[in-house]
Design a protein around this ligand. Sequence first.
Ligand code: NAD
Ligand code: 13P
Length: 352
Amino acid sequence: THRSKVTVIGSGNWGSVAAKLIASNTLRLRFFHDEVRMWVYEETLPSGEKLTDVINRTNENVKYLPGIKLGQNVVADPDLENAVRDSNMLVFVTPHQFVEGICKRLVRKIREDAEAISLVKGMEVKMEGPCMISTLISQQLGINCSVLMGANIANEIAVEKFSEATVGYRNNREVAERWVQLFYTPYFIVTAAQDVEGVELCGTLKNVVAIAAGFVDGLEMGNNTKAAIMRLGLREMKAFSKMLFPSVKDSTFFESCGVADLITTCLGGRNRKVAEAYARNGGKRSFDELEAEMLQGQKLQGVSTASEVYEVLSHRGWLELFPLFSTVHEICSGLLPPSAIVEYSEKLPRSF
Ligand code: NAD
Ligand code: 13P
Protein backbone atom coordinates (compact mmCIF):
# COMPACT_ATOMS: atom_id res chain seq x y z
CA THR A 1 0.00 0.00 0.00
CA HIS A 2 1.01 3.64 -0.40
CA ARG A 3 -0.42 4.71 2.91
CA SER A 4 1.94 6.70 5.10
CA LYS A 5 3.01 4.97 8.28
CA VAL A 6 3.86 6.99 11.37
CA THR A 7 6.27 6.35 14.23
CA VAL A 8 6.42 8.59 17.28
CA ILE A 9 9.95 8.53 18.71
CA GLY A 10 9.43 9.32 22.38
CA SER A 11 6.68 8.65 24.89
CA GLY A 12 7.00 11.22 27.66
CA ASN A 13 4.29 13.69 28.65
CA TRP A 14 4.07 15.48 25.28
CA GLY A 15 5.13 12.42 23.27
CA SER A 16 2.13 10.51 24.60
CA VAL A 17 -0.27 13.36 23.78
CA ALA A 18 1.24 13.62 20.28
CA ALA A 19 0.60 9.89 19.78
CA LYS A 20 -3.02 10.39 20.87
CA LEU A 21 -3.59 13.30 18.46
CA ILE A 22 -1.98 11.42 15.58
CA ALA A 23 -3.81 8.17 16.28
CA SER A 24 -7.20 9.89 16.05
CA ASN A 25 -6.26 11.16 12.59
CA THR A 26 -4.67 8.02 11.16
CA LEU A 27 -7.94 6.18 11.88
CA ARG A 28 -9.97 8.89 10.17
CA LEU A 29 -7.85 9.71 7.09
CA ARG A 30 -7.36 7.03 4.45
CA PHE A 31 -3.89 8.12 3.33
CA PHE A 32 -2.44 7.17 6.70
CA HIS A 33 -1.92 3.62 7.92
CA ASP A 34 -4.12 3.09 11.00
CA GLU A 35 -1.38 1.87 13.31
CA VAL A 36 0.86 4.39 15.09
CA ARG A 37 4.08 2.98 16.54
CA MET A 38 5.39 4.70 19.64
CA TRP A 39 8.99 4.06 20.67
CA VAL A 40 9.29 3.78 24.45
CA TYR A 41 12.54 4.27 26.35
CA GLU A 42 11.96 1.15 28.40
CA GLU A 43 11.81 1.25 32.15
CA THR A 44 10.57 -1.01 34.92
CA LEU A 45 7.73 0.37 37.04
CA PRO A 46 7.59 -0.03 40.86
CA SER A 47 5.11 -2.91 40.25
CA GLY A 48 7.90 -4.79 38.47
CA GLU A 49 6.15 -4.55 35.10
CA LYS A 50 7.72 -3.04 31.98
CA LEU A 51 6.26 0.34 30.98
CA THR A 52 5.76 -0.87 27.39
CA ASP A 53 3.71 -3.86 28.51
CA VAL A 54 1.50 -1.69 30.69
CA ILE A 55 0.91 0.82 27.86
CA ASN A 56 -0.08 -1.98 25.49
CA ARG A 57 -2.31 -3.66 28.06
CA THR A 58 -4.11 -0.56 29.40
CA ASN A 59 -3.77 1.84 26.41
CA GLU A 60 -2.43 4.43 28.87
CA ASN A 61 1.03 5.76 29.59
CA VAL A 62 0.59 5.27 33.31
CA LYS A 63 3.85 7.02 34.19
CA TYR A 64 3.97 10.10 31.92
CA LEU A 65 0.28 10.66 31.05
CA PRO A 66 -1.89 8.74 33.52
CA GLY A 67 -5.64 8.60 33.01
CA ILE A 68 -5.63 9.24 29.25
CA LYS A 69 -6.46 6.59 26.64
CA LEU A 70 -4.04 6.89 23.72
CA GLY A 71 -6.22 5.09 21.18
CA GLN A 72 -6.26 1.36 20.47
CA ASN A 73 -4.19 1.86 17.30
CA VAL A 74 -1.17 3.09 19.28
CA VAL A 75 1.37 0.30 19.68
CA ALA A 76 4.20 0.84 22.17
CA ASP A 77 7.54 -0.66 21.10
CA PRO A 78 10.76 -0.65 23.17
CA ASP A 79 12.91 -1.62 20.15
CA LEU A 80 13.96 1.58 18.35
CA GLU A 81 15.05 -0.07 15.10
CA ASN A 82 11.93 -2.16 14.89
CA ALA A 83 9.74 0.84 15.68
CA VAL A 84 10.97 2.88 12.68
CA ARG A 85 11.49 0.06 10.15
CA ASP A 86 8.25 0.44 8.17
CA SER A 87 7.54 4.11 8.71
CA ASN A 88 7.97 7.04 6.36
CA MET A 89 6.78 9.70 8.84
CA LEU A 90 9.00 10.04 11.91
CA VAL A 91 7.87 12.27 14.76
CA PHE A 92 10.72 13.16 17.15
CA VAL A 93 9.51 14.09 20.64
CA THR A 94 12.03 13.36 23.40
CA PRO A 95 13.87 15.76 25.71
CA HIS A 96 16.52 17.43 23.52
CA GLN A 97 19.52 15.93 25.28
CA PHE A 98 18.62 12.43 24.00
CA VAL A 99 18.09 13.23 20.30
CA GLU A 100 21.68 12.93 19.14
CA GLY A 101 22.13 9.47 20.69
CA ILE A 102 18.84 8.31 19.18
CA CYS A 103 19.82 9.59 15.71
CA LYS A 104 23.18 7.77 15.88
CA ARG A 105 21.28 4.54 16.48
CA LEU A 106 18.97 5.24 13.54
CA VAL A 107 21.63 5.81 10.87
CA ARG A 108 20.92 3.43 7.93
CA LYS A 109 17.95 1.93 9.82
CA ILE A 110 15.20 4.15 8.42
CA ARG A 111 13.30 4.09 5.13
CA GLU A 112 14.89 6.04 2.27
CA ASP A 113 11.72 8.04 1.67
CA ALA A 114 11.32 9.01 5.34
CA GLU A 115 10.37 12.54 6.39
CA ALA A 116 10.79 13.84 9.93
CA ILE A 117 9.19 16.41 12.17
CA SER A 118 10.60 17.58 15.50
CA LEU A 119 8.45 18.57 18.47
CA VAL A 120 11.63 18.90 20.54
CA LYS A 121 12.39 22.25 22.17
CA GLY A 122 16.12 22.80 22.53
CA MET A 123 19.46 23.12 20.74
CA GLU A 124 22.96 21.61 20.76
CA VAL A 125 26.15 23.62 20.75
CA LYS A 126 28.94 22.10 18.64
CA MET A 127 32.51 23.25 17.99
CA GLU A 128 31.25 24.80 14.74
CA GLY A 129 28.50 26.67 16.58
CA PRO A 130 24.85 26.22 17.51
CA CYS A 131 22.88 23.41 15.89
CA MET A 132 19.08 23.31 16.04
CA ILE A 133 17.56 19.88 16.80
CA SER A 134 15.82 19.70 13.40
CA THR A 135 19.19 20.32 11.73
CA LEU A 136 20.80 17.62 13.85
CA ILE A 137 18.11 15.13 12.76
CA SER A 138 18.42 16.24 9.13
CA GLN A 139 22.20 16.00 9.06
CA GLN A 140 22.55 12.72 10.96
CA LEU A 141 19.86 10.90 8.99
CA GLY A 142 20.04 12.67 5.63
CA ILE A 143 16.32 13.46 5.62
CA ASN A 144 14.16 16.58 5.59
CA CYS A 145 12.94 17.72 9.01
CA SER A 146 10.07 20.12 9.75
CA VAL A 147 9.09 21.28 13.25
CA LEU A 148 5.88 21.66 15.26
CA MET A 149 5.87 24.12 18.16
CA GLY A 150 3.13 26.05 19.96
CA ALA A 151 1.37 27.04 23.16
CA ASN A 152 0.90 23.41 24.06
CA ILE A 153 0.99 22.35 27.69
CA ALA A 154 0.57 18.63 27.16
CA ASN A 155 -1.84 17.87 30.02
CA GLU A 156 -4.35 20.45 28.72
CA ILE A 157 -4.33 19.05 25.18
CA ALA A 158 -4.66 15.53 26.59
CA VAL A 159 -8.13 16.50 27.88
CA GLU A 160 -8.95 18.15 24.54
CA LYS A 161 -8.96 21.80 25.59
CA PHE A 162 -8.69 24.14 22.61
CA SER A 163 -5.22 25.24 21.53
CA GLU A 164 -3.15 26.15 18.48
CA ALA A 165 0.23 25.13 17.06
CA THR A 166 2.60 26.10 14.26
CA VAL A 167 4.32 23.78 11.77
CA GLY A 168 7.59 25.30 10.55
CA TYR A 169 8.78 24.05 7.17
CA ARG A 170 11.74 24.74 4.90
CA ASN A 171 10.47 24.77 1.31
CA ASN A 172 8.02 21.99 0.54
CA ARG A 173 4.48 23.20 1.19
CA GLU A 174 2.98 19.76 0.40
CA VAL A 175 5.08 18.10 3.05
CA ALA A 176 3.99 20.77 5.53
CA GLU A 177 0.32 20.18 4.62
CA ARG A 178 0.72 16.48 5.31
CA TRP A 179 2.10 17.21 8.78
CA VAL A 180 -0.74 19.66 9.44
CA GLN A 181 -3.26 16.93 8.52
CA LEU A 182 -1.55 14.45 10.80
CA PHE A 183 -1.94 16.69 13.87
CA TYR A 184 -4.99 18.88 13.18
CA THR A 185 -8.15 18.27 15.23
CA PRO A 186 -11.07 20.58 16.11
CA TYR A 187 -9.35 21.29 19.44
CA PHE A 188 -5.80 21.46 18.04
CA ILE A 189 -5.60 24.04 15.26
CA VAL A 190 -2.38 23.80 13.27
CA THR A 191 -1.10 26.32 10.73
CA ALA A 192 2.09 26.24 8.66
CA ALA A 193 4.82 28.88 8.46
CA GLN A 194 7.75 28.75 6.06
CA ASP A 195 10.36 29.54 8.72
CA VAL A 196 11.82 26.42 10.33
CA GLU A 197 14.52 28.30 12.23
CA GLY A 198 12.15 30.98 13.52
CA VAL A 199 9.54 28.49 14.74
CA GLU A 200 12.12 26.23 16.37
CA LEU A 201 14.04 29.08 18.02
CA CYS A 202 10.79 30.43 19.50
CA GLY A 203 10.01 27.05 21.08
CA THR A 204 13.56 26.68 22.33
CA LEU A 205 14.25 30.16 23.70
CA LYS A 206 10.94 30.65 25.51
CA ASN A 207 12.06 27.97 27.98
CA VAL A 208 14.86 30.32 29.14
CA VAL A 209 12.35 33.14 29.66
CA ALA A 210 10.08 30.71 31.57
CA ILE A 211 12.90 30.07 34.04
CA ALA A 212 13.14 33.85 34.59
CA ALA A 213 9.34 34.04 35.06
CA GLY A 214 9.56 31.26 37.65
CA PHE A 215 12.19 33.22 39.59
CA VAL A 216 9.85 36.23 39.63
CA ASP A 217 7.06 34.02 40.99
CA GLY A 218 9.34 32.53 43.64
CA LEU A 219 10.37 36.02 44.74
CA GLU A 220 6.67 37.05 44.79
CA MET A 221 7.30 40.11 42.67
CA GLY A 222 3.87 40.21 41.07
CA ASN A 223 2.31 40.41 37.64
CA ASN A 224 3.83 43.65 36.36
CA THR A 225 7.34 42.36 36.95
CA LYS A 226 6.49 39.07 35.32
CA ALA A 227 5.03 40.83 32.29
CA ALA A 228 8.15 42.98 32.04
CA ILE A 229 10.33 39.85 32.10
CA MET A 230 8.17 38.28 29.38
CA ARG A 231 8.43 41.41 27.21
CA LEU A 232 12.19 41.68 27.63
CA GLY A 233 12.49 37.95 27.01
CA LEU A 234 10.51 38.18 23.78
CA ARG A 235 12.79 41.01 22.60
CA GLU A 236 15.84 38.86 23.26
CA MET A 237 14.22 35.85 21.55
CA LYS A 238 13.67 37.92 18.44
CA ALA A 239 17.11 39.56 18.46
CA PHE A 240 18.94 36.26 19.07
CA SER A 241 16.97 34.40 16.39
CA LYS A 242 17.62 37.08 13.77
CA MET A 243 21.29 37.40 14.61
CA LEU A 244 21.74 33.64 14.16
CA PHE A 245 19.44 33.34 11.13
CA PRO A 246 18.74 36.59 9.25
CA SER A 247 15.95 34.77 7.35
CA VAL A 248 13.78 34.53 10.51
CA LYS A 249 10.50 36.40 9.96
CA ASP A 250 8.92 38.93 12.35
CA SER A 251 5.50 37.37 11.75
CA THR A 252 6.64 34.07 13.29
CA PHE A 253 6.73 35.72 16.74
CA PHE A 254 2.98 36.37 16.44
CA GLU A 255 2.16 32.74 15.65
CA SER A 256 1.26 30.20 18.34
CA CYS A 257 4.92 29.14 18.52
CA GLY A 258 5.94 32.69 19.46
CA VAL A 259 4.19 34.95 21.90
CA ALA A 260 1.47 32.39 22.76
CA ASP A 261 3.90 29.64 23.76
CA LEU A 262 5.91 32.19 25.74
CA ILE A 263 2.80 33.21 27.69
CA THR A 264 1.50 29.72 28.46
CA THR A 265 4.92 28.45 29.52
CA CYS A 266 5.53 31.46 31.79
CA LEU A 267 2.09 30.88 33.38
CA GLY A 268 1.76 27.13 33.62
CA GLY A 269 4.87 25.26 32.50
CA ARG A 270 7.30 22.93 34.24
CA ASN A 271 10.29 25.23 33.73
CA ARG A 272 8.39 28.00 35.52
CA LYS A 273 7.31 25.69 38.32
CA VAL A 274 10.78 24.33 39.13
CA ALA A 275 12.39 27.78 38.82
CA GLU A 276 9.84 29.12 41.31
CA ALA A 277 10.89 26.42 43.80
CA TYR A 278 14.56 27.22 43.12
CA ALA A 279 14.00 30.88 44.00
CA ARG A 280 11.88 30.03 47.07
CA ASN A 281 14.78 27.95 48.36
CA GLY A 282 17.15 30.87 47.73
CA GLY A 283 19.12 28.77 45.23
CA LYS A 284 20.15 26.33 47.97
CA ARG A 285 18.71 23.24 46.26
CA SER A 286 19.96 22.41 42.78
CA PHE A 287 17.77 22.28 39.69
CA ASP A 288 18.67 18.61 39.20
CA GLU A 289 17.43 17.76 42.68
CA LEU A 290 14.22 19.80 42.32
CA GLU A 291 13.54 18.36 38.84
CA ALA A 292 13.84 14.78 40.08
CA GLU A 293 11.63 15.48 43.09
CA MET A 294 8.95 17.61 41.43
CA LEU A 295 8.67 16.12 37.91
CA GLN A 296 8.97 12.35 38.53
CA GLY A 297 10.93 11.49 35.41
CA GLN A 298 9.79 14.38 33.21
CA LYS A 299 12.60 16.66 32.08
CA LEU A 300 13.29 20.39 32.09
CA GLN A 301 14.72 21.94 28.94
CA GLY A 302 15.23 25.55 30.07
CA VAL A 303 18.26 25.17 32.33
CA SER A 304 20.39 23.38 29.74
CA THR A 305 19.10 25.67 26.98
CA ALA A 306 20.18 28.71 29.04
CA SER A 307 23.65 27.20 29.27
CA GLU A 308 23.75 26.43 25.54
CA VAL A 309 22.60 29.96 24.69
CA TYR A 310 25.23 31.38 27.07
CA GLU A 311 27.94 29.44 25.26
CA VAL A 312 26.84 30.91 21.93
CA LEU A 313 26.66 34.42 23.42
CA SER A 314 30.11 34.26 24.96
CA HIS A 315 31.74 32.78 21.82
CA ARG A 316 30.32 35.57 19.69
CA GLY A 317 30.92 38.40 22.15
CA TRP A 318 27.18 39.05 22.47
CA LEU A 319 26.76 38.62 26.25
CA GLU A 320 26.04 42.27 27.01
CA LEU A 321 23.40 42.39 24.27
CA PHE A 322 21.38 39.68 26.04
CA PRO A 323 21.24 40.53 29.75
CA LEU A 324 18.13 38.44 30.47
CA PHE A 325 19.41 35.25 28.81
CA SER A 326 22.85 35.58 30.39
CA THR A 327 21.48 36.40 33.86
CA VAL A 328 19.23 33.31 33.78
CA HIS A 329 22.27 31.11 33.16
CA GLU A 330 24.34 32.88 35.82
CA ILE A 331 21.54 32.31 38.37
CA CYS A 332 21.03 28.65 37.36
CA SER A 333 24.74 27.96 37.72
CA GLY A 334 24.88 29.59 41.16
CA LEU A 335 27.00 32.62 40.19
CA LEU A 336 24.18 35.04 41.03
CA PRO A 337 21.25 34.87 43.48
CA PRO A 338 17.69 34.55 42.06
CA SER A 339 17.03 38.21 42.95
CA ALA A 340 19.52 39.19 40.23
CA ILE A 341 16.76 38.52 37.69
CA VAL A 342 15.50 42.11 38.08
CA GLU A 343 18.81 43.72 39.00
CA TYR A 344 20.31 43.59 35.56
CA SER A 345 18.05 46.28 34.16
CA GLU A 346 20.69 49.01 34.31
CA LYS A 347 22.73 46.81 31.94
CA LEU A 348 19.99 46.97 29.30
CA PRO A 349 21.13 48.42 26.00
CA ARG A 350 19.33 51.65 25.01
CA SER A 351 17.50 49.88 22.17
CA PHE A 352 15.52 47.85 24.73
P1 NAD B 1 9.18 14.34 29.37
O1 NAD B 1 9.60 15.60 29.97
O2 NAD B 1 7.96 13.69 29.88
O3 NAD B 1 10.49 13.42 29.46
C1 NAD B 1 10.57 12.16 29.88
C2 NAD B 1 10.81 11.22 28.72
O4 NAD B 1 12.23 11.07 28.50
C3 NAD B 1 10.25 9.85 29.03
O5 NAD B 1 9.60 9.31 27.92
C4 NAD B 1 11.51 9.07 29.34
O6 NAD B 1 11.37 7.69 29.05
C5 NAD B 1 12.49 9.68 28.37
N1 NAD B 1 13.88 9.37 28.66
C6 NAD B 1 14.51 9.38 29.86
N2 NAD B 1 15.79 9.03 29.71
C7 NAD B 1 15.98 8.80 28.39
C8 NAD B 1 17.09 8.41 27.60
N3 NAD B 1 18.29 8.18 28.16
N4 NAD B 1 16.92 8.27 26.28
C9 NAD B 1 15.74 8.53 25.70
N5 NAD B 1 14.64 8.89 26.38
C10 NAD B 1 14.77 9.03 27.72
O7 NAD B 1 9.07 14.46 27.78
P2 NAD B 1 8.02 15.32 26.92
O8 NAD B 1 7.15 16.14 27.80
O9 NAD B 1 7.39 14.38 25.96
O10 NAD B 1 8.98 16.36 26.17
C11 NAD B 1 9.65 16.07 24.96
C12 NAD B 1 9.94 17.38 24.24
O11 NAD B 1 8.70 18.04 23.96
C13 NAD B 1 10.77 18.39 25.06
O12 NAD B 1 11.69 19.04 24.22
C14 NAD B 1 9.74 19.37 25.57
O13 NAD B 1 10.26 20.67 25.76
C15 NAD B 1 8.74 19.37 24.42
N6 NAD B 1 7.38 19.81 24.81
C16 NAD B 1 6.80 19.39 25.98
C17 NAD B 1 5.52 19.81 26.30
C18 NAD B 1 4.83 19.41 27.57
O14 NAD B 1 3.86 20.06 27.97
N7 NAD B 1 5.24 18.32 28.22
C19 NAD B 1 4.84 20.64 25.42
C20 NAD B 1 5.43 21.03 24.23
C21 NAD B 1 6.73 20.60 23.95
P1 13P C 1 7.41 23.25 30.04
O1 13P C 1 8.43 22.23 29.58
O2 13P C 1 8.02 24.40 30.78
O3 13P C 1 6.29 22.60 30.80
O4 13P C 1 6.77 23.87 28.73
C1 13P C 1 5.92 23.08 27.96
C2 13P C 1 5.75 23.68 26.62
O5 13P C 1 6.66 23.66 25.82
C3 13P C 1 4.43 24.28 26.30
O6 13P C 1 4.31 24.58 24.94
